[in-house]
Design a binder for this molecule. Structure first.
Ligand code: NDP
Length: 482
């Protein structure tokens, strides 16, 4: 994989220059498919974050801040085209770094290109209002960038999450400091270098790889940062929000979920089946909007468990380059977490499980597993596993389906499968989630669709036009002219 890199990942990209981290320290880089150490990345720290924030501040107050909205849009559009041209190399880098099958990594690269196309086109279409007020006044609002935005991106979908947060932040004229996850920072660095190549002014996008507890904590506590976008775990998200609160800085938190798909007895099962399974095993279950709970009306329960179980048994797991249904998990730590959840499923009925074939010994593999007949209060039906594990839960009627669907701390995404139009409308209203899909399910999909959670899934919205409001602040101008 490292032969695909045209840059040195042991460096940070600050102020348009590749620079070694201030202490010169590095972190080892592992291939999840084999567990082998394959290189080193920069271990940026507080001093590098200081330099990145200073460079972003200069860009925001300088060349980037003065760049007209239409020109910002042109730069993002050009960047989207360059990303689309480089889709194969970006996919190879991401597959090797994250362990995801090549076709899934390719889809992520194309989604990044699409985010840039979308936000490039939107950059000059965001505007304020005029407001009727007292006699003798003209009042209008201005949508302005926050200034310097901090972006903490996890390892599961680096390209997509960079597209949705950095894309929207740049479109609205913010200057960004990006701290990618230590387990997957390569496409963040590649992306920032491509941005430089299409003429993004220096300092408008800075990338500092390193540990969350060092570079990440320094970024969230930095008094020069005006907005923070975070995607990751509930525990870290709460710390990020606390740090931001000390500087009274707004945060967008996207913290995952326990998203249900609810299958009523009148559902088109054939249409539903691929969505039910894919939404659980895509990216080996390491997806914030993974559908980890399948709620099924009792009459269909046996049939659905059998159909889904057969699909699980046929799943093929392999190295990222083998491009099968599932790859390894991201890290030995994540493998340990998922195995812990599987152990807690002991005694439950297994409706289907993939067989692991001949795989590299050191790789971080687990067998995708479907549990059936799971009680709604079981840990596997309540807690985010972040691995290829789904549970099937039976229900009797609509009221019970709603109660179970809403019965976790999370509220990110839900899917409802029914041919009854009135029930579709009732369910869409009754479910507590940021997105509800009717007769489809889009794990992570839809660049245009506002996305975010309620409850422990977080707050604030990214994606779509809504993100542009989040990355701007509103100024009201009241002019008295008599
Ligand atoms: P974290 O929430 O700890 O990591 C997410 C991001 O936050 C990474 O970039 C990480 O950097 C950074 N980070 C970590 N600590 C801090 C800090 N103190 N201040 C600022 N940034 C920080 O998740 P993990 O990687 O530890 O995964 C654990 C669990 O989190 C998973 O099992 C899953 O349940 C959940 N998760 C959810 C995601 C989602 O999409 N909603 C994505 C990833 C994880 P670094 O990795 O370099 O430490």
């Amino acid at each position: 994989m490292l032969q695909d890199l045209w840059f040195d990942p042991a460096k940070c990209l600050i102020g348009g220059e590749w620079v070694a981290p201030s202490g010169g320290a590095t972190l080892p880089l592992f291939d999840p498919s084999t567990g082998e150490e394959i290189g080193a990345i920069a271990r940026g720290g507080a001093a590098d974050i200081d330099a990145a924030v200073a460079s972003a501040t200069a860009a925001w107050q300088g060349a980037w801040g003065r760049t007209p909205a239409a020109e910002r849009g042109r730069i993002l559009t050009a960047l989207g085209r360059l990303v689309a041209e480089k889709v194969d190399v970006l996919a190879r880098i991401e597959a090797a770094d994250v362990g995801k099958p090549l076709k899934q990594a390719r889809a992520d690269a194309l989604a990044l290109a699409r985010y840039l196309e979308f936000y490039g086109g939107a950059a000059d279409k965001l505007h304020g209002d005029t407001i009727p007020y007292l006699d003798g006044y003209t009042v209008y609002t201005l949508r302005e960038p926050h200034g310097v935005t901090g972006h903490i991106v996890p390892w599961n979908y680096p390209m997509q999450i960079i597209g949705r947060s950095v894309g929207a932040a740049l479109a609205t004229g913010n200057a960004c400091v990006l701290k990618p996850a230590e387990d997957a920072c390569l496409t963040a660095l590649a992306f920032a270098d491509l941005a430089r190549q299409v003429g993004l002014p220096e300092g408008a996008l800075n990338v500092v790889p390193g540990l969350g507890s060092e570079a990440g904590a320094a970024l969230t506590a930095h008094p020069g940062v005006h907005h923070i976008s975070f995607t990751g775990s509930v525990a870290t998200g709460a710390m990020v929000q606390e740090a931001a609160a000390r500087n009274v800085v707004p945060v967008t938190l996207e913290l995952g979920g326990k998203s249900p798909q609810i299958v009523f007895e009148d559902a088109d099962l054939e249409a539903a089946l691929p969505f039910l399974v894919n939404a659980g095993i895509q990216n080996c279950g390491q997806t914030c909007s993974a559908s980890s709970r399948i709620l099924v009306q009792r009459k269909l329960y046996e049939q659905l468990a059998e159909f889904m179980g057969a699909r699980y048994a046929a799943l093929r797991v392999g190295r990222a380059v083998d491009d099968l249904d599932a790859g390894p998990l991201i890290s030995a730590k994540q493998k340990g977490l998922v195995e812990g959840f599987l152990a807690r499923g002991e005694g439950l009925e297994i409706a289907g499980q993939a067989q692991l074939g001949d795989l590299p010994d050191g790789g971080y593999y687990v067998a995708p597993t479907l549990f059936s007949g799971v009680a709604p209060d079981h840990t596997l039906a309540q807690d985010e596993v972040f691995g290829p594990v789904q549970v099937i839960i039976p229900f009797d009627d609509e009221a019970e389906a709603v109660q179970i669907a809403n019965g976790t701390d999370y509220g990110l995404v839900a899917g409802v499968w029914t041919r009854d139009g009135a029930r579709q409308m009732r369910m869409a209203k009754a479910i507590r989630a940021g997105q509800v899909f009717l007769n489809n399910y889009g794990a992570g999909g839809g660049v245009e669709l506002p996305f975010g959670g309620i409850g422990k899934s977080g707050h604030g919205r990214e994606k779509g036009f809504e993100a542009l409001y989040g990355f701007t602040t509103l100024k009201t101008v009241a002019a008295f002219h008599g």
